[in-house]
Design a protein around this ligand. Structure first.
Ligand SMILES: [Zn+2]
Length: 269
């Protein structure tokens, strides 16, 4: 499932093609998206493309009528821009917006993806603070952790405090910070919180720089896969040797709040 760096990658790739384009018509070809009122899209000009949490937000506002087209990729959704031939299996195309030049297509094999319209900005604003926003500082992280409790990794996955952590990057950040994902957040020292913040920002920036992590379905709007996978240190490596220099530990997998967590019990304390 795409996580924040993957969604950001799609958003950045869409930004290369969409702003300034006008939607000529839009068409839904999946009952699950039947609620989408495509008539409202025709004639709108795309002002920009943003990300809110894991939502792709395409701004179609005019001065008098705000409107955003929001896309959630979920498991297997792909948003592609084409300026010619169609790139993928037509059976999985769920939505198309024909532009004055080119088109946007939404493909989704498993059909968990969602497209909807929002009429006010509050409609897509995530509840927590975005990792990539300037407000996400060590002090703010310390404040968010505050008097909270519970194990670290599931806490990172809550989207009401910090927006953007997903299962892969939560394991990777805990590893980089040398923190046991099972540690109670109440026990984190100010220095450890600072380290956690540092590696969070560093890993997300690096993942975005490399176009995210592609396991199977993910690609940007030009159909390119991400290559951050080769930088993963613990995720998916159960039983393998720890990659930290000088550590002879083995990566372990535990299940926390129903999700797999990968970590090295030797060097993550
Ligand atoms: Zn280790």
């Amino acid at each position: 499932m795409p996580e924040m760096p993957e969604v950001e990658t799609v958003v950045r790739s869409l930004r290369r093609h969409l702003p300034g384009r006008r939607i000529r018509r839009a068409q839904v070809s999946d009952d699950k998206l039947a609620d989408l009122d495509t008539k409202l899209l025709a004639g709108r000009t795309i002002l920009g493309v943003e990300r809110a949490g894991k939502l792709i937000v395409i701004d179609l506002s005019t001065t008098r009528r705000p409107l955003w087209l929001c896309v959630h990729l979920r498991m297997t959704g792909r948003l592609l821009f084409t300026d010619g031939a169609l790139p993928l299996n037509e059976a999985h195309r769920r939505f198309t917006a024909t532009l004055d030049r080119g088109a946007i297509h939404f493909y989704d094999t498993r059909r968990f993806g969602r497209i909807h319209l929002v009429f006010e900005a509050a409609g897509f604003a995530p509840p927590g603070i975005e990792i990539l926003s300037p407000e996400f500082t060590p002090a703010r992280l310390a404040e968010l952790i505050g008097s909270g409790r519970g194990p670290l990794k599931p806490w990172l996955l809550r989207q009401d405090r910090i927006v953007g952590f997903g299962n892969i990057y939560a394991s990777e950040v805990c590893f980089a910070a040398g923190l046991d994902p099972r540690r109670s957040i109440a026990t984190l020292s100010p220095a450890e919180i600072k380290t956690l913040h540092h590696h969070t920002v560093r890993i997300f920036a690096k993942a975005i720089e490399h176009g995210g992590t592609t396991f199977q379905d993910f690609m940007d709007c030009e159909g390119k896969s991400g290559n951050y996978r080769r930088f993963l240190k613990v995720y998916g490596r159960e039983g393998e040797q720890c990659k930290r220099r000088g550590c002879s530990g083995q990566v372990q997998r535990v299940v926390q709040a129903g999700r797999s967590t990968f970590f090295c019990p030797t060097c993550q304390r």
